[in-house]
Design a protein around this ligand. Sequence first.
Ligand code: 5GP
Length: 193
Amino acid sequence: MKLLEERIRKDGLVREENVLKVDSFLNHQMDIGLFEEMAKEWKRLFAGCPVNKILTIEASGIGIATIAARAFSVPVIFAKKSQSINLDSDTYSTKIQSFTHGRTYDVIVSKKFLTPHDHVLIIDDFLANGCALMGLLELVEQAGAVAEGVGIAIEKGFQEGGAKIRAKGIRVESLAIVESMDAKTGAIAFRNQ
Ligand code: 5GP
C-alpha cells in the first residue's frame, strides 16, 4: 500500500536490532486518517470472507484493529497480557514471547468472546518473528473458531514470521513489507507487491 510505504519512508526511524520505530503515526501517536485507509484496504482484500470478529493483542494492535472493526462492522477483541498466572477456566490462554521486550507473557481471551461460531480476522501492527500471531492463532484454535486470515500493517520480510504463518496455510495480507533496512543510513527498501 503506497500511502503506508510513503509514510514509513517519511517518518519511520530504523533502529539497531531490526527495530523500525513508527511511533509518530502508528503505535504511540496514531494517525486515524491513515488507519481508515488501511482498514479500507483490508476490507477490500478480505471482501467475500465471512469475518464476524477482529482479534488483536494489546497494546499496539488495538488502535488499528478498532478502526478496522469499524470498516468491517464487527466487534474487536484484544488478547490481554497477564503477568500474574491467574488463568481460570473462563479464559483461553497461551504464551507469547515479545519481540520488542524480550519477555514471555501469558495472554488470555475470555471464552465468552471467542466461540466456535466465529470467523476471525487477526490484525496487528507488526509481523516480525511471528510469535504474536502464532499465539493469537492458538487462541482461535482453542476456541474452535475459524481464522479467516491476518491483516498486518508492517511485515519485516527479512524475519521469519511471514513464511512461518503462510506455511500453516493462513492468508496474511501485509500492507507494507520491508525487505531490508539499515540502521546506519536509515535506508528502507520495500518488497514489490
Ligand atoms: P513477532 O511476534 O512477530 O516477533 O513481533 C510482533 C510484535 O512485536 C508486534 O506486535 C509489535 O508490537 C512488535 N514489533 C516487532 N517488530 C517491531 C518493530 O520493528 N518495531 C516496533 N515498533 N514493534 C515491533
